[in-house]
Structure formats: C-alpha cells, structure tokens
Ligand binder design. Structure first.
Ligand code: ATP
Ligand code: MG
Length: 467
C-alpha cells in the first residue's frame, strides 16, 4: 500500500521536490493518522494552531508512522518563537543554548517544540549563530521559514512535516521515497553537514541500524575521513549519544559500525586501543556478550542500566591499570584498585561525561567481584545483602562465561566458573544448605591464611603540614 501511495504522490506532483515546492501528500495518500500520535503531541499542535501559529509534527514522529513503527517521541516544529511558545503553555521549559528549544512537560512525556531554523550564512551576529574553524555550529538560533527549516534538518527521511490542520504530509527533500527505498541520505553537501555537526555521523549509523536502512553511498563516503571531528563534541553530548546508540536494543550492530567507521575511539579510547592491539584476550568477546545481553534485555522490556555496560567496557582496561600499578608500586591490592579506578575514570571522563550516579554503580559492580570471591564466615551474606548484588553477580556470570570459553588460563577459568555456579546455588537454596556451603568453603580454604599484608609506602610528611 505504501508504494502505491508514493506512486500516487509522484503522479500528482513533480518527481523531485524542491525546498520551495515540496511534495504534498493529502490525507488519502499517506498512512499518518492522529490515532498514531500521543494526545499530548496533538494538544500542543492544536494549541499552537489556535494561537495563530503554524505547527507540524516532524522528524521521527512522521517517519516512524510511515514505516509502521511506534515513534519513540514526538517532535514539533513551529513558526512561534521560544518566548511565544512559553506564553502559550504553563508547563513549558526553555532549554539549550546552542540550540534553543521548548519542552512542554506532561508528567513523564516531554513534547519537544523547535522554532523553524533559518540560514545563517550571512549572519554576523554571534549571539544567534556561531561556527568554529572546523565549520562546526556552536550556536544555531537563527529562525526562518518551514522551507529553510527543512533544509537545515539532517536526513531526507527526517524532513517530513505533518499538519494537524489539513492532515497533509509535506515532503521537502524526497524523504517519503527514501523511507520506502530504505535510504539514509543527508540533505545538502555531506561534508559541510558533518562539519556543522559531527554527531550526524553517529545519527546516520543509528538510524540505519534502528530502521534497517542503508546509508546512501554519498552520505557514507566522507565518514572515515571526517571521524576526527568527533573530538570536538562535548563529553556531555557524547554521553547522550552513547545512551541512544547502546541502550536502545541495537548495541551490537552500532558497535560494529562505529568501529568500522573509526568512530568508536571517541567514546572509549582505552578500549579501542586495546581492541586494536589485541592486548587483552577476553576484551572483544566480553564486551560483545555484554552488549548482546543488553540488547536482549532492552528488546524484552527488562531493566537496564548504562553502568553495567560501562563497567563491562572498562573492566579489562582497568585490570591492566591494576597490574601496572602492582608491578610499578608497592601499593596494597586495595590501594592499587582505587588508584587504577581513579586513573581510568578521569581518562574516560574526557570522552564521555558519565554521571556520578552511574560511576558509583560501576564501582560497586567492580568491588563486588572481589567480595564475591571471598565467601567464608559472614562474608557471603554481606555480599548477598549488597544493594548492587544482582548486577555484581550478573557481571561475574559474564566473566565466567567468557574466560571459561578460552584456554588462556584454564585453572583461573575453572575457579571463576566454580565461583559463578556457587553463587547461583547459594541464592537458590535454603538457609541450612547455605550454612553447609559456607562451612565447606571455610574448611576447604587451601594453604595457610595470609597474615601479612603488603605494606603501604610510608607517607611523606610535608613540612608545611607539620607547621
Ligand atoms: P528518534 O527520536 O526516533 O531518535 P528523530 O528523527 O525524531 O529520531 P530526534 O533526535 O528526536 O530524532 O530529532 C528530531 C528531529 O530533529 C530529527 O528528525 C531531525 O529532523 C532534527 N535533528 C535532530 N538532530 C539533528 C542534527 N544534529 N542535525 C540536523 N537535524 C537534526
Ligand atoms: Mg524524536
């Protein structure tokens, strides 16, 4: 049916739209209906129209409905300025400096409303528009017409506008044809568009995996060469992109493409380096399995935390740091752990700004690996009561599966698998059996108990502190 609709649209209009003359699909020529839209998005469209403004559903909302998918969120474009939008909605928050937007908040649902963007070529006013020497837009707050807005959008499939006034879809860049041809194609000159905003390279990959589409050869061609522009992206924005790429059910595919296009290094430089050098035998399989599990959980509506994936990514790089500190210093194992932790986190933060709450969970997952290995006396129960026990245990299972599948160190691998099985059994059995399990661990402890700990290096006293 969709192809038929497209044929009709093409017959009714010229075959190639221009930004001044879009292809217009009337209500009977497209499947986009209000029943696919959230009530809140419709409310916003109606209120803007009633206030005398133009307003359209745009982007993923239209594209996904055309594809028979449920849109993740609903974005609206209007000729009302942010201040005019704010005056219409009590529940409106204005956000963003680089790109000023209105968020209309309905409990957990946020409808994003953007004022039509215009061209900024001749703009000399740095308050509204600004570019750096690489051509990257540091500010993009010049307002314009719907035609200009369409030209400033990233891909043809994202420049489709639906009006709740006449129920028509306005296609400015032949996006409907690309939707059905399953093509991700940048609007305008690809190199310029990537320079303006290098995140568009990530978006091309993300939409291709999410929608099962091909990246058009012209859109694909400059990516590898322009990948270094990613270094200009602020770590906070990269964190947001990390979530979209890795926590939406397509982590495995996105990871492969990011590596292929040399883009992964801007997310996790230490991991990328180790993958290239193949210096850690388990790393590639370990993160692949962690991503596969994350995808499975997301696609089956199970809870996921980005902290788990961060912990998995950085676990082996972290082990390398610990080994280095152990060989170069005389720190206690605990101090070496915390030293390595702070080194790896500060290194990582330069790429992705991982919020503190996730850093804390990563740390817990890693600390639990040590705690789970020591099960005697009351320790097993202490570990079990740890608030992040489940994540720590899942992490242990992952390690056991990967390390057990290789012959790198059979003795260590067997011990890890035994440990993972022990914890599985321990959780499943009653308290009497648990006591027996703990006893057998305590009595089986091989070798003499370690009574001496590695000594800390004596602290150097600073004269100024003594004074
Ligand atoms: P989804 O919400 O499913 O991830 P989307 O296409 O709606 O996909 P959003 O990030 O919600 O993506 O952005 C909404 C729209 O804003 C896009 O469809 C696109 O038209 C425009 N847009 C977003 N980011 C950019 C960008 N970096 N450059 C140009 N246009 C963009
Ligand atoms: Mg969207």
């Amino acid at each position: 049916m969709c192809k038929k609709v497209l044929g009709k649209a093409r017959k009714n209009n010229s075959t190639q739209p221009s930004f001044e003359q879009p292809i217009i699909l009337s209500r009977d020529q497209h499947p986009v209906s209000r029943k696919h839209m959230s009530h809140n998005a419709l409310k916003v469209l109606y209120r803007l129209n009633k206030g005398g403004y133009d307003a359209y559903l745009v982007g993923g909302g239209v594209r996904d409905i055309l594809l028979g998918l449920t849109p993740k969120d609903f974005d609206i474009a209007t000729n009302a300025t942010p201040e005019q939008i704010k005056a219409l909605f009590r529940n409106c928050r204005l956000i963003g400096r680089r790109f000023r937007l209105a968020h209309i908040v309905f409990g957990r649902e946020i409808i994003e409303v953007a004022t039509f963007r215009g061209h900024h070529d001749n703009d000399k006013d740095q308050k509204t528009s600004k570019q750096n020497e690489d051509g990257m837009l540091l500010r993009d707050n010049i307002y314009g017409s719907i035609e200009e807005d369409a030209e400033r959008r990233d891909f043809t499939i994202n420049a489709l506008y639906y009006s709740a006034k006449d129920f028509k879809v306005y296609d400015f860049a032949n996006g409907v044809a690309d939707v059905y041809a399953k093509q991700i194609r940048l609007i305008g000159d690809p190199e310029t568009r990537y320079r303006e905003d290098p995140v568009r390279m990530l978006r091309a990959i993300r939409f291709s995996t999410k929608l099962g589409m091909e990246i058009h050869p012209d859109t694909k061609a400059p990516i590898v060469d322009l990948a270094p522009l990613m270094a200009n992206i602020p770590p906070a924005r990269l964190f947001e992109e990390f979530l979209k790429l890795f926590m939406s059910g397509k982590a495995v595919e996105n990871f492969q493409l990011l590596r292929e296009y040399n883009l992964f290094q801007y997310f996790f430089p230490a991991v990328d380096q180790q993958l290239n050098q193949q210096s850690q035998p388990y790393l590639a399989d370990f993160i692949a399995l962690a991503m596969k599990n994350t995808d499975y959980r997301v696609n089956n509506d199970q809870r996921v935390t980005p902290a788990f994936l961060f912990a998995a990514m950085l676990w082996y790089p972290m082990q390398e740091h610990i080994q280095r500190l152990n060989s170069e210093t005389q720190l206690t194992p605990q101090d070496a752990f915390f030293g390595a932790l702070s080194e790896i986190m500060s290194e990582q933060q330069r790429s992705i700004a991982i919020p503190k709450r996730f850093q804390a969970v990563m740390k817990d997952i890693w600390i639990l690996q040590e705690k789970l290995a020591r099960r005697d006396g009351k320790r097993a129960y202490k570990a079990l009561e740890h608030p992040k026990f489940r994540a720590g245990y899942d992490f242990l299972l992952l390690r056991a599966e990967i390390e057990g599948a290789t012959n790198k160190n059979p003795e260590e691998a067997a011990a890890l698998q035994e440990l993972a099985k022990w914890w599985g059994d321990f959780q499943a059995c009653n308290i009497d059996t648990q006591q027996v399990m703990i006893k057998s661990i305590t009595s089986n402890k091989s070798g003499p108990r370690r009574t001496t700990r590695k000594r800390r290096k004596p602290r150097v006293q600073h004269a100024s502190k003594e004074a």
